[in-house]
Design a protein around this ligand. Structure first.
Ligand code: ACO
Length: 436
């Protein structure tokens, strides 16, 4: 970290001595005030629930400028990666810091593809779930269970274990998601096929049956690969912070990633794409575009509890750059599948147009996020709504593992242990039951 010449001075109105706090500069983005010695010197904590002003770590992986609507993985704009690279190149970049040359690319792709099978015993574990279980419930269980099957990669402090766990997780997530899907519809599992691309292999495991040959549609393959790239990392969001906090105790990588899957499930985070599509379907059922105005009034009424899903973001106060790319992909996929008049897409465009011109959204800087269009694309591809968040988890796994490995390799890393402002009862005495 580069210290700044400027220091922050914290003073107190009760005459307590003031304190100088160092300030560090990042490569880009806001400076940070180092408060690590604050408690030792003043006996006070800072209070920041929701981490609105707190950097929980230093990181070199992903940078977001929310005001500009900019997203960089290791310095490269998402718009360039989405066009010039594929998902496995992006994985390599996130994990090792640079884009691969052609030899590194070939070796890495081969390594990942060689790990796509899961221990055969895992299917018996999967068969213990109800067939109508939510795929994220199944994925939380399956990912956590990987630590019961791959004992040679569970030591988070061993760099070789971390490396092989990273490859295994990236390679096996598509297999697990596809298995969860096949199980839910009662079809046989389709084993991975390593001469296909990462996205192509996933499509085959999802949609092929043993009865007939499956041909990968290159437009859909590219769309899916783009969905994976756009979701690969997003700096210290809720699930990534969960993975870091969980991993900070020294638990194994599979357990830490399972914690990330669980966090991602929520509708304010990864569950938003499912919630967004459900919202569009509901408006469509009530009358579609004609009912947009009525729906918007509900969204703006604070007492209604209704939100425009797929809109708003903690960090982006401008158009989410991933939403632009996803809208482009959405158009390509619908055209390829002859669905260019898809009513849900038309409805989404109409909602977006109204929202972008409405004072409520303009004043609060609420713009479409990546989830606004990703659900429409996935639905068109034939992915059931309930599986959307599992696909997000598949794509985000590389970000989680890159961030986890970065934390463990940081010499300054400590177990994460937030403090609190206690407002409950002070010490008191237990009374006998008849006096309570
Ligand atoms: N619809 C209507 N109003 C909204 C929305 C929305 N989607 N999002 C935010 N607002 C309003 C809030 O009510 C608040 O209004 P107020 O100032 O009058 O009280 C204001 O905008 C600021 O919003 P906050 O909730 O304070 O913003 P925060 O950073 O805490 O929340 C979040 C961000 C959770 C993403 C929120 O915008 C939201 O719930 N959006 C819908 C769910 C969604 O799409 N999530 C996906 C996020 S991206 C991802 O995880 C990949």
């Amino acid at each position: 970290m580069t210290p700044s010449d400027v220091k922050a001075t914290l003073s107190f109105s009760d005459g307590s001595p003031s304190m100088d706090l160092p300030i560090y500069k990042g490569t880009v983005g806001p400076d940070v005030i180092d408060i690590r010695k604050l408690y030792g010197q003043t006996g006070k904590f800072t209070y920041d629930p929701g981490f609105l002003s707190t950097a929980s770590c230093q990181s070199t992986i992903t940078y977001i400028d929310g005001d500009k609507g900019e997203l960089l993985y290791r310095g490269y704009p998402i718009e360039q990666l989405a066009v010039h690279c594929d998902y496995l190149d992006t994985c390599y970049l996130l994990l090792y810091g640079e884009l691969p040359n052609s030899e590194q690319r070939g070796t890495f792709h081969q390594r990942v593809l060689n790990h796509t099978m899961v221990n055969e015993q895992m299917q018996f574990f999967l068969r213990g779930f109800r067939r109508d279980a939510h795929p994220m419930a199944v994925m939380t269980g399956l990912v956590g269970a990987l630590s019961a099957f791959y004992h040679d990669s569970t030591d988070i402090n061993n760099p070789e274990h971390r490396e092989i766990a990273a490859i295994r997780l990236i390679a096996k997530m598509p297999t697990l998601v596809a298995m969860a899907y096949k199980y839910s519809i009662g079809q046989p599992f389709i084993y991975p096929k390593n001469d296909l691309s990462y996205a192509g292999n996933f499509m085959r495991m999802m949609f092929a049956t043993p009865c007939e040959e499956y041909k990968v549609n290159p437009v859909i393959e590219r769309a899916l690969d783009r969905i994976f790239i756009l979701h690969a990392d997003h700096e210290q969001n809720a699930s990534t912070s969960t993975v870091r906090l969980c991993g900070s105790s020294g638990t194994n990588p599979f357990a830490a990633i399972a914690a990330g899957v669980a966090c991602l499930w929520g509708p304010a985070h990864g569950g938003a794409n499912e919630a967004c599509l459900n919202m569009l379907t509901e408006i469509q059922a009530k009358g579609g575009v004609a009912k947009v105005g009525e729906f918007m009034n509900q969204v703006k009424d604070k007492n209604s509890g209704v939100k425009l899903m797929g809109f708003g973001h903690r960090v982006y106060k401008n158009y989410d750059p991933r939403a632009k790319l996803m809208q482009e992909t959405c158009k390509e996929v619908l055209l390829e599948l002859g669905l260019e008049n898809d009513p849900l897409f038309k409805l989404a465009m109409s909602l977006e147009k109204i929202a972008l011109e409405d004072d409520y959204f303009v004043a609060r800087k609420l713009y479409p996020n990546v989830d606004f269009y990703s659900g429409i694309v996935q639905r068109a591809i034939g992915i059931p709504v309930q599986l959307f968040t599992a696909i997000f988890a598949l794509a985000r796994t590389v970000g989680w593992i890159a961030q986890l490995n970065e934390m463990i390799s940081d010499p300054e890393y400590k177990i994460g242990r937030p403090r609190q402002l206690f407002t409950g009862a002070a010490a008191r005495t237990v009374k006998p039951v008849e006096q309570r």
